[in-house]
Design a protein. Structure first.
Ligand code: NAD
Ligand code: APR
Length: 231
């Protein structure tokens, strides 16, 4: 296998105790997306938005990588140079499992961003809008996450990886948010084999060559073991 591109979503971190967005009782049933995950919501009420992400940062720091994160890191270790992980998640559980080359297309809880000049720096555990930017001094600090209506990160690099993929796997994502929801179509168009690993059928299940249904901590290690045994 020359290139394996793996897209992950909230489902891979669910068994580490981090909530998903659209499952029953998920984050978007508890919070109004327009108020906590849009630039307009941040302009209206920065305290509410920072409280939301500060709580998620604390939860993510307290969580540990699970067997699914560890299996993907093992695949990368055993087949160096072949695996690229693109995640929609803003936690760092892939990295803490030992994964390198992780593309965080929706940003990271570990980052701070100046809404004024665009500077990036490492986030403190608790962030406030009035924290001054280390570059320009403006008090317009926001989490370095991509909100609805904003451009996801690293799209050019992602397009390059998708167009040269031999195998594309989607893990724990509902396939409801673009552009990530379009990646399986791009991978299919590039001639890659495509596989979905998810707890239940997603919006996009019909587009994959193969599907493995079940909890990520079970189906991902099994899939990795099968791949490695085939060589
Ligand atoms: P959208 O599909 O309307 O637009 C996504 C953005 O990406 C647009 O600016 C669009 O121009 C751009 N885009 C789309 N396809 C592209 C491609 N192939 N190459 C380059 N750019 C492309 O989605 P949206 O509802 O505006 O959501 C924006 C993003 O923010 C989503 O990816 C969403 O998941 C993310 N988001 C993150 C959080 C968070 O908590 N981190 C919360 C909400 C939204
Ligand atoms: N194992 C595998 N899959 C699981 C598990 C599990 N233990 N638990 C839940 N899932 C699946 C669900 O069945 C669902 O299909 O994970 C998926 C989670 O979907 P969403 O909650 O919609 O999360 P995601 O696809 O990552 O959301 C995309 O939306 O609001 C934005 O920015 C946010 O990055 C996020 C984006």
């Amino acid at each position: 296998m020359r290139k394996i591109v793996i897209l992950t979503g909230a489902g891979i971190s669910a068994e580490s105790g981090l909530g998903t967005f659209r499952d029953a009782g998920g984050i978007w049933s508890q919070y109004d997306l327009a108020e906590v995950a849009t630039p307009e919501g941040f302009a209206r009420n920065p305290v509410l938005v920072h409280d939301f992400y500060n709580a998620r940062r604390a939860n993510a720091r307290a969580a540990s990588p699970n067997a699914a994160h560890l299996a993907l890191a093992r695949l990368q270790r055993e087949w160096p140079g072949t695996v690229v992980v693109i995640t929609q998640n803003i936690d760092d559980l892939h990295e803490r499992a030992g994964q390198s080359r992780v593309i965080h297309m929706h940003g990271e809880l570990a980052g701070a961003l100046c809404a004024e000049c665009g500077a990036h720096w490492e986030a403190p555990l608790v962030m406030h809008a009035e924290d001054p930017c280390p570059e320009c001094g403006t008090a317009a600090t926001r989490p370095d996450v991509v909100w609805f209506g904003e451009m996801p990160y690293d799209m050019d690099l992602i397009e390059q990886h998708l167009s040269s993929a031999d195998l594309f796997a989607s893990v724990g994502t509902s396939g409801q948010v673009f552009p990530a929801a379009g990646f399986v179509m791009q991978a299919n168009a590039a001639g890659a084999e495509t596989v979905e690993l998810n707890l239940e059928p997603s919006e996009l299940s019909g587009m994959f060559d193969a599907r493995h249904e079940g909890p990520a901590t079970q189906v991902v290690p099994e899939w990795v073991a099968r791949l490695l045994s085939k060589g």
